[in-house]
Design a protein around this ligand. Structure first.
Ligand code: CAA
Length: 381
């Protein structure tokens, strides 16, 4: 067992930290305020192969491993959590399923441009009545001649406003329940697809989450991803990797909170001394540091299991559950350390607090992660 990052991973961490500090962090507060999708960040991240980190080089990706993905999403999220999820979704929820389930032609046409960051990908699973209950898809896909006709409305689609290509899930055979769900690669300009309103959110305000409306949307049959009925399996497979990405985002946010809290507590003087000299503050800092390290290690473990080729459903859910709750707990402590200054937008703490909350919700709420974990351990996994 080795708890040290390899030399290569340590170098990657340093490189991405320096990049994120210089290129991403200075504009994070402004992006949060304007809610404008950060195309510039995507372009810059693509320059470091961050839009398709684990995608083989032959398809335009970085050809790196999952530990590298974890490092990258953590370091980017430490500076801008919106950019962190934009990268994670493009990698895990779009590129990953096209790589694993796509035909060679689909990979050339729809994977390479997104892995290179020339185009942006999104994942359309959630609907008004299919959130945690993802199998309850109301969108339909009916085969007609040489194409499928899709109808329905997808919600909260991260990257939606910017997406060129989307993986869209819809029912092809309702009688078969989850085995009647199919996945399609859909281009933004396909007839019958419109983008709905860009949601005004509490946090990660510029991740471009919008509705995708399908009204007799025509999708060529060659854009079916996998086979008819494979959709639920494809969604679950993508989310397994995606949850490692969200755990990385959560660790990144928590680390930013700790870094700012350490700095502030040494500068802020009350009762004649820096507040870092008060035990009440020291204990909060200690708890944060310990929990963040535990979350990071749990997530590295999930990534290493994925890299080994073994099943990692349990590990990714554990990492996502623990890291997201650590991010939220750290955010509560961070605000407390900053006091009134934590509550105003002159300081980044209130943004971290707002950004942290979503990690307990998307890509499976904490309750869904507990359901998955208990299901697996009760089966003796
Ligand atoms: N891999 C492969 N197959 C899987 C699987 C997995 N990880 N998990 C389940 N399956 C299979 C099951 O084996 C089962 O097949 P059989 O019938 O042959 O046994 C089938 O799928 C149905 O499984 P369940 O009966 O367990 O399904 P369920 O309806 O009870 O739901 C669930 C399971 C875990 C709760 C699932 O619905 C779930 O993960 N819900 C959360 C949804 C979610 O994470 N949404 C995120 C939206 S995307 C997002 O947030 C992106 C973003 O913008 C950032």
């Amino acid at each position: 067992m080795n708890f040290q990052l390899s030399e290569e991973h340590s170098m990657l961490k340093q490189t991405i930290r320096a990049f994120a500090e210089k290129e991403i962090k200075p504009k994070a507060a402004e992006h949060d305020k304007t809610r404008e999708y950060p195309f510039e960040n995507v372009r810059k991240a693509a320059g470091l192969n961050l839009m398709g980190i684990m995608i083989p080089e032959e398809y335009g990706g970085g050809g790196m491993d999952c530990v590298s993905y974890v490092i990258a999403v953590e370091e980017i999220s430490r500076c801008c959590a919106s950019t962190g999820v934009i990268i994670s979704v493009n990698n895990s929820l779009y590129c990953h399923p096209v790589l694993f389930f796509g035909t060679e032609e689909q990979k050339r046409k729809y994977l390479s441009p997104c892995a290179k960051g020339e185009k942006i990908g999104a994942f359309c699973l959630t609907e008004a009545n299919a959130g945690s209950d993802a199998g309850n898809q109301q969108s339909t896909a009916v085969f007609k001649g040489d194409r499928y006709i899709l109808n329905g409305t997808k919600l909260f689609v991260t990257n939606g406003v910017a997406a060129d290509y989307m993986i869209i899930f819809a029912m092809t055979d309702r009688g078969k329940k989850t085995k009647g769900i199919s996945a399609f690669i859909v281009e933004k300009d396909f007839s019958g697809l419109t983008k709905g309103k860009d949601e005004v959110k509490l946090g990660i305000t510029c991740s471009g989450a919008c509705e995708i409306v399908l009204e007799n949307c025509e999708v060529p049959s060659e854009n079916l991803l996998g086979k008819e009925g494979d959709g639920f399996k494809i969604a679950m497979n993508a989310l397994e990797e995606g949850r490692i990405g969200i755990a990385s985002q959560a660790v990144g946010i928590a680390q930013a909170i700790l870094d700012e809290s350490l700095k502030y507590s040494k500068e802020r003087v009350q009762f004649g001394k820096p507040i870092s000299e008060f035990q009440a503050i020291q204990w909060m800092l200690s708890d944060m540091a310990t929990e963040i390290e535990a979350a990071r290690l749990l997530n590295y473990r999930a990534a290493m299991k994925r890299d080994s080729g073994a099943k990692y459903t349990l590990e990714s859910s554990m990492a996502k559950l623990f890291a997201s709750e650590v991010a939220m707990k750290s955010a509560i402590k961070g605000i407390q350390i900053f006091g009134g200054y934590g509550y105003i937008n002159e300081y980044p703490m209130e943004r971290f607090f707002r950004d942290a909350k979503i990690t307990e919700i998307y890509e499976g709420t904490s309750e869904i992660q507990r359901l998955i974990i208990s299901g697996l351990i009760l089966k003796g996994n």
